[in-house]
Design a binder for this molecule. Structure first.
Ligand SMILES: *Cc1c(COP(=O)(O)O)cnc(C)c1O
Length: 233
C-alpha cells in the first residue's frame, strides 16, 4: 500500500474510533483532505482511495490542480484567508468556502456565483481563541453576520469553522471546540438548516470529535509534513 493510502486508512480508523469513544453517531464526522502545497498526483491518489472532499488555501495552487483533475467528481473547499480580488475565481471554482469572516466577502461571493451553479456552500470562520490579527469573526459579531448572510440567495450557509490557538493542550483544545459548538447550537435555534461544524486538524481531531465536530480537516496526517517552497502565492 502507498503511504497516502495507509495514512488515509489510519485516519478513517481514527475517526471511527473517536466517534465510538465519544458516543458520536457512526459516520457523523466527515473527512476533508487538506491538499494545500500537494501535487495533483497526490490528490488523485487520495481520491483513488476514497477521499472526495479536498481543502485548499491558496487560489493559484488550487487552480493548477483543478485543471488537471477536472474529470474527478471532487468537492473542493476553500479554507484559506480570502481577499476581495480573489472572490470571483473562488465563487466560480469551489463548492464550499469555509473561511468567510466579513459581510463584504460574502456579498462579493454572492454576486459572483454563477446562476448556472448550485448556491455556494459557506461556513463562517470564528476567531474562537480571540487571537489578534487572526482570521475569523469575533464571537460577539457572529450572529449579525450569519443573519445578514442568510439573505444572500447565491450562498447557502452551512455552519461554522474555527482553528483554535496552536499552543493549547488537550484540555484547552476541548474548551475552544466546546465554545464553538455552543455558538453553533445557539445559532441553530434561529437558523435551523445549518448542519456543519468544521473543526479538528491532524493534531486535535480527537478533541474536536469529542466536542461535536461534523467535519475534520486533515492535511499532515494524510500527506506528511508540508513543504511551502513549491508555492507561488
Ligand atoms: C492547513 C490547514 C488544515 C490542515 O492542517 P494539518 O495540521 O496539516 O492537518 C486544516 N484547516 C485549515 C484551515 C488549514 O489551513
Amino acid at each position: 500500500m502507498s503511504i497516502i493510502a495507509e495514512n488515509l486508512s489510519r485516519t478513517l480508523t481514527r475517526i471511527t474510533e473517536a466517534e465510538s469513544r465519544f458516543q458520536r453517531t457512526s459516520g457523523s464526522v466527515a473527512l476533508m483532505a487538506v491538499s494545500k502545497t500537494r501535487t495533483a498526483e497526490e490528490v488523485r491518489e487520495a481520491f483513488d482511495h476514497g477521499a472526495r472532499d479536498f481543502g485548499e488555501n491558496y487560489l493559484q495552487d488550487a487552480q493548477a490542480k483543478m485543471v488537471s483533475l477536472t474529470e474527478l467528481p471532487i468537492c473542493w473547499h476553500f479554507i484559506g484567508p480570502l481577499q476581495s480580488n480573489k472572490t470571483r475565481a473562488v465563487a466560480e471554482r469551489f463548492d464550499w468556502v469555509q473561511s468567510v469572516d466579513r459581510l463584504k466577502i460574502a456579498q462579493r461571493l454572492n454576486e459572483q456565483r454563477s446562476e448556472k451553479l448550485a448556491p455556494l456552500n459557506v461556513c463562517i470562520q470564528v476567531n474562537i481563541s480571540r487571537e489578534v490579527n487572526k482570521s475569523g469573526v469575533d464571537p460577539e459579531k457572529l450572529r449579525a453576520l450569519a443573519l445578514a448572510m442568510v439573505d444572500l440567495p447565491r450562498l447557502k450557509l452551512r455552519g461554522l469553522m474555527a482553528i483554535p490557538a496552536a499552543d493549547l493542550d488537550e484540555k484547552g483544545q476541548r474548551q475552544a471546540f466546546s465554545e464553538l459548538r455552543v455558538l453553533f447550537e445557539k445559532l441553530k435555534t434561529e437558523l435551523v438548516d445549518i448542519d456543519t461544524l468544521s473543526m479538528g486538524m491532524s493534531a486535535d481531531m480527537d478533541a474536536a470529535i469529542a466536542e461535536g465536530s461534523t467535519m475534520v480537516r486533515i492535511g499532515t496526517a494524510l500527506f506528511g509534513p508540508r513543504d511551502y517552497s513549491s508555492l507561488e502565492v
